[in-house]
Design a protein around this ligand. Sequence first.
Ligand code: ADP
Ligand code: MG
Length: 642
Amino acid sequence: MSKGVRPTMTTATHEETLGFQTEVKQLLNLMIHSLYSNREIFLRELISNAADACDKLRYAALDNDALYEGDSELRVEIEHDSDAKTVTIRDNGIGMNRDDVVANLGTIAKSGTAEFLNQLSGEQQKDAKLIGQFGVGFYSGFIVADEITVRTRKAGDAADAGVEWRSKGEGEFVVAELEREKHGTEIILHLKDDASEFADDYRLQSLVRKYSDHIEVPVKMPRTEKATDDEGNEVDGSEVTTWETINEATALWVRPKGEVSDDEYKAFYKHVAHDFSDPLAWSHNKVEGNLEYTSLLYVPGRAPFDLYERDGARGVKLYVQRVFIMDDAEQFLPLYLRFIKGVLDTRDLSLNVSRELLQQDPKVDKIKSALTKRALDMLKKLSKDKEAYQSFWNTFGAVLKEGPAEDFANRDKISGLLRFSSTHTDSATQDQSLADYVERMKEGQDKIYYIVADGFNATKNSPHLEIFRKKGIEVLLLHDRIDEWLMSHLTEFDGKKLVDVAKGDLDLGDVENEEEKKAQEETAKAKEDLVKRVKEALGDEVQEVKVTHRLTDSPACVVLPEHEMGFQMRRIMEAAGQSLPEVKPILELNPEHALVARLEAAGDEGFADLARILLDQAIIAEGGHLDDPAAYVKRLNALLSA
Ligand code: ADP
Ligand code: MG
């Protein structure tokens, strides 16, 4: 055999059968069952991948023109064969080599996948939206196909480095070597009997328009006509095929706002965000001048499964002068806005930026602060629609609460977007803004009061609220894990101090009149002896004992000094393995309460036990744990049977 001549391989050789990663099998199972009524989305997913592959080739070719292999007209082609019941999606994008194929079409690389899939309960598994939250991707082909063949070759590789991948979407797939003259990827769906409707010109065209109009690369379908001569007469019955572009094929964000419909914005969102459901809001801006960029940001309708994964995907899709550069460019938005999806296209960066270069470029920070403002403004606008905003808040509120700590400069803007539970409604739904609170403040009230505890009921029923309820002063009920952390970075709103009702001395400002204050002082004086006795009896268990007027129904409560880390935060940090210096609480007694009167009347014998019971109860009411619960029970039982 002479040099340079290779045998022609028309069929795949050196087949090897490999098993899918467990997660893929699970996903396939779930998808096929839950997405039946949405099955047309397979086409969107496969075109989306083909368009991504074209974007990637264009980017790689910036450095190396030869990768185009003489065919720089990037495109996606869709063909069908109604007799064979196949639909083929083909692109001349970047293509894949064998390792790519095995990794991309045999595993799911997203971290947290296994946990997510295992957590779905039987009922949830039927919920299309939950699967959509995961992003269905390539494997969605198996909703309509009982076998998929992929033929691909990476741009720049030799013709015999092609790969064939075949699978019935059950436990395994086959990979083989293939001679493939052209680079790029071809996906052949062998349709299930009940999905043969998709092997139809009209159906495919309308799906392309519905889902992929906004894709920048042209999506083409063949039209076969009888050949005609210049006068339009048929020529000897022969046929010619022309490839007709079906979609709009201009980058959506480049088009003027007024010319893009809501449906187009929504469809584009699904492509960039790899999401299945509609976005809640979007903001499309073109900026010229000092910075030059176009951004199209979206607020998703639901949280991605990896919102709290450390290395979960986040950030925008970055383009430089319309050339795709990278997915998930996380440098352009702060972490607390990591749920925002979208596109940034700028002239301010060079085409050869890399993730490393982005970290050093001062223009990146400028664009970041501009996009942050855009995103916050978009949320503010969304907040005018109460129902939509509530849905946003329930989904992403806990993430936005990271904002005041991370972004000092925008603290005021973020504060305005926060929502809390409150004694105004006594509902666990976080739907009250700080502005709502301020509007309802009582005459003479100059502070915003809040309580933090582990769980809604612990806040709502806390003894600390008794005086506030009696006086009709509203208190915000903070029951998210992150709340104490949030409040340690949020000290003021609208010129009013935010005050934790479980810390420091109670100060109701001018809501209490002089007479009341005087009466309190007198009570304190009258109870000095009692306070001293209790302190002696409890010793080191408490830092101080006081009488209080913050209680009406409970005999006692514990408070912390004003600048001390709160109980809730302590418990979180201790659970995370941090050792913290011990703080002793201040015990406050309600002088009006019968149990306190009983304590005062007790002789030396029962006094210490009763004092200890009051302290332990107060700790329990706070959500705290007793060091020696059995001793508490014993004392209480003794008291009950006395
Ligand atoms: P995603 O698009 O969210 O990454 P998919 O399941 O849709 O997930 O695709 C998995 C991966 O397979 C892609 O990230 C890509 O690397 C690869 N892939 C899929 N389709 C193509 C294609 N037409 N050309 C090149 N690579 C592809
Ligand atoms: Mg995809």
